[in-house]
Design a protein around this ligand. Structure first.
Ligand code: HPA
Ligand code: ZN
Length: 324
């Protein structure tokens, strides 16, 4: 089974590039940029990654991102992730980035987007990994701030396929971003949003109804609303589920309690993703292995995660057919 999982072709649809910052690269970039870290060693960083909930993770995630200053830093970060993709047989990836985490520190928008996309272009050429980029708004910041970020992205519109919503779900419901998502849609961006991770199932309904999202990021709390589960199944609305993340952030106490295989068996379009692999204990293969060992899906079911992810991706029909 483990050998099957390792070589199974995979498609990743829920990956925060800032969350792929490994402690080793964090130290390298801190040194290169003259930034003091509150850690002495890689082991100390890893010991700090013991989270109670989403917010306790976000605090360290934003702190870690402070070592990213120049275009080359974003290139190195993205390139390191792509090499892990290659090792894990990831053939296509759609990555999130959080511009506000960087522009708020004075890092120019173009350093972020150019560093990331230059690495993605090299990933296509040298590693044969195709990709798209999705810009997330931080939901703990204001709607106004999100609107300004959307404006900043316009010169780079050809490099960004969609917009998303991440950060603290509790207290920042989809409704807060209704207008900026409307604007983004009018400009031709696709939309996704984190919903039903820590927040209630009603956030998933609101993401669909108010933000017109094409995919739900996480979405595991849909299980609390039977009519929502039915709707997600009938419309085949994809969920980008992140198993290791959910256990690390205590959305589920144990992997054996995770509902990903249950949702798959109910006929939902669920996919496996790594979210923030440097913080949550693993990349795509690690997530598949953790699911397989705890929940005993069949090989056919594991392959279905990839088939679902191809279908749920923002590739064209032609590109999807080429991957199958
Ligand atoms: N949830 C919300 N915000 C995030 C996450 C997540 O899993 N990862 C990075 N930002
Ligand atoms: Zn996420």
């Amino acid at each position: 089974m483990d050998g099957f999982i390792k070589t199974l072709p995979k498609v990743e649809l829920h990956l925060h590039i800032e969350g792929s910052l490994e402690p080793e690269l964090m130290f390298t970039l801190a040194k290169r940029n003259g930034i003091d870290l509150p850690y002495e060693s890689v082991a100390q960083v890893q010991a700090a990654y013991d989270f109670d909930d989403l917010q306790s993770f976000l605090d360290l995630y934003y702190q870690g991102a402070q070592v990213l200053l120049n275009e080359q830093d974003f290139y190195d970060l993205t390139w390191a992730y792509l090499k892990r993709c290659k090792a894990d047989h990831v053939i296509h990836t759609e990555i999130f980035f959080d511009p506000q985490t960087h522009t708020a520190r004075g890092v120019p928008f173009d350093a972020v987007i150019n560093g990331i996309t230059r690495a993605l272009e090299d990933g296509q050429e040298q590693l044969n990994i195709s990709s798209h980029t999705i810009m997330c708004f931080l939901r703990h910041l204001s709607e106004e701030d999100a609107i300004e970020t959307l404006q900043q992205a316009l010169p780079y519109k050809d490099k960004i396929i969609g917009v998303g919503l991440d950060s603290s779900e509790q207290g920042h419901p989809p409704e807060k971003f209704k207008r900026v998502f409307e604007q983004a849609k009018e400009l031709g961006f696709l939309t996704v949003a984190h919903a039903g991770e820590e927040g209630p199932a009603s956030n998933i309904w609101d993401g669909l109804d108010m933000l017109h999202i094409s995919r739900v990021d996480h979405g595991v709390r849909c299980i609390e609303d039977e009519s929502l589960v039915q709707h997600l199944m009938e419309k085949q609305i994809p969920l980008t589920v992140c198993p290791l993340s959910n256990v690390k952030l205590k959305v589920f106490d144990h992997m054996r309690d995770h509902n990903i295989v249950e949702l798959l068996r109910k006929g939902l379009c669920v996919t496996v993703n790594s979210d923030d692999p440097a913080y949550f204990g693993g990349y795509m293969v690690d997530n598949f292995l953790a699911v397989a060992h705890a929940l005993n899906p069949s090989k056919r079911e594991l392959a279905k995660f990839t088939e679902n992810a191809i279908e749920a991706s923002f590739l064209t029909l032609e590109e999807k057919t080429a991957l199958k």
